[in-house]
Design a protein around this ligand. Structure first.
Ligand SMILES: [Zn+2]
Ligand SMILES: [Zn+2]
Length: 435
């Protein structure tokens, strides 16, 4: 099927496009992008003025919970939440049960994703068997089965030696190591950022240095091995400094920031709801100076990607004392409104930079298709309604879990539609899209 998307504001930083033009799609791929393209037998879709057509967004850090914890999320419900959130692809972390440390688990995830037939799903394999930090997983087997990176996320790689070996092996297969940067001895049994609010509320603290030490270790080992090292969910200003230094030295360091770390601070521990377990995540919400450092990194190019760390948990699991609740919040369906409202309308970045953060750079870091609207690229397209008034309603999320601190937030900007391989997989009923 041949479709001509006419008249949208196309933003594709790879090809230097940031103006109204047409996109011709056929056989699941982009054929051409240009002004006033001839119809030539295509079905014409008139994109209403004001909507923005971008290469499909890729969330490079989600937890889909299948196999093993399907009461929180499945590959299918996660893929549905993804397309509703404007993501045409997600990369899923290996801390399932069993852990994705071998080809059988990878294949199961890929089979479930094919059945769901919504967002593309790229599995990420474990660095170590069972993510136990003892023996290296068979990284070649994981790559062969379809994994795009390795990580022991949930925890840091247990030792510097194991991380060195992981960088060497993953590097041989052209994959980055994604690291949950944290010094376990400093983190201890902390539950919130070590600072004023944790102290006044009597919560055990996690110092910023716990994360920054993990970043410094990875930067040093990336230098030693020459391999690509990606910092997951950066949250502390000292970590940002370490990433910036590594990049300035020409090392292969990249990093991602989650929307909650550029919107919220540890002040949320105290109000509006004291001890709200929906503001308990790891790494924790930090201080204003850290949040501002995340914003600065987004603006100046130090941050490569926005990734949600989508971490679904069941209502009953979160409805306990703060100390006992699991870490994490859902993020797939709130990331785009938060980014448009805070970053673009906040005047911090422009749309092409947002597309770099949500599409181009994640595709490049993971070496997966997409990230541009170049001829021949998959017709994975996110259509934005940048001025749409969005009200987040936790109860209406497509994700199987509703653990979000953003319930009731009113934001400017949302997703209008999502196309995967040229097929419309999501249309926002609040927007006239023509799709
Ligand atoms: Zn993590
Ligand atoms: Zn994670």
């Amino acid at each position: 099927m041949k479709r001509l998307l006419k008249g949208g504001h196309v933003v594709d930083p790879v090809n230097g496009i940031d103006h109204v033009c047409d996109v011709l799609v056929e056989g699941g791929r982009i054929v051409r992008v240009g002004r006033d393209l001839p119809v030539d037998g295509a079905t014409v879709v008139q994109i209403p003025a004001g909507l923005v057509v971008c290469p499909g967004f890729i969330d490079m850090h989600v937890h889909l919970r299948e196999p093993g914890q399907e009461h929180k999320e499945t590959v299918a419900t996660g893929a549905l939440a993804a397309v509703a959130g404007g993501f045409t692809a997600v990369a899923c972390m290996p801390n399932t049960s069993p852990v994705n440390d071998n080809a059988n688990v990878t294949s199961l995830i890929l089979a479930r994703a094919a059945e769901a037939n919504l967002a593309r799903v790229y599995p990420i394999g474990a660095v170590s068997k069972g993510s136990r930090g003892e023996l290296l997983a068979d990284i070649g087997e994981l790559k062969q089965a379809g994994c795009v990176a390795v990580t022991d996320d949930g925890h840091p790689v247990a030792t510097a030696l194991l991380l060195r070996r992981a960088l060497e092996y993953a590097g041989m297969f052209g994959m980055p190591v994604i690291e949950h940067c944290e010094d376990p001895s400093l983190k201890g049994d902390g539950v919130a950022h070590e600072g004023f609010h944790a102290a006044t509320l009597g919560l055990r603290g996690i110092p910023s240095a716990a994360e920054a030490l993990g970043v410094e270790r990875g930067v040093l080992l990336s230098e030693l091995t020459g391999s690509a090292f990606h910092v997951a969910h950066i949250s502390a200003r000292a970590s940002m400094r370490a990433v910036r230094k590594g990049k300035e030295a020409g090392l292969r360091i990249t990093c991602e920031v989650a929307p909650h770390h550029f919107t919220l601070t540890d002040q949320a521990l105290a109000s509006p709801i004291p001890y709200d377990t929906n503001v308990k995540m790891n790494p924790p919400l930090r201080e204003e100076a850290d949040r501002d450092a995340m914003l600065a990194g987004l603006a100046d190019g130090t941050v490569d990607a926005i990734a949600t760390d989508h971490a679904p948990h069941h209502y009953d699991e979160k409805k306990v004392e703060f100390d006992r609740a699991p870490f994490g919040i859902v993020g797939l369906e709130t990331a785009v409104p938060l980014s448009l409202d805070r970053l673009v309308h906040g005047g911090l970045i422009r749309l092409p930079r947002l597309v770099e953060l949500l599409s181009t750079n994640p595709a490049r870091i993971l070496s997966v298709p997409g990230g541009s609207l170049s001829p021949g690229a998959p017709a994975d397209i996110t259509v934005l309604a940048p001025d749409l008034k969005v009200r987040i309603r936790a109860s209406e999320l497509r994700s199987r879990s509703k653990n979000t601190p953003f319930d009731g937030w009113e934001l400017r900007g949302g997703v209008a539609a999502t196309l995967v391989a040229g097929r419309t997989v999501f249309v926002n009923s609040d927007v006239h899209t023509g799709l």
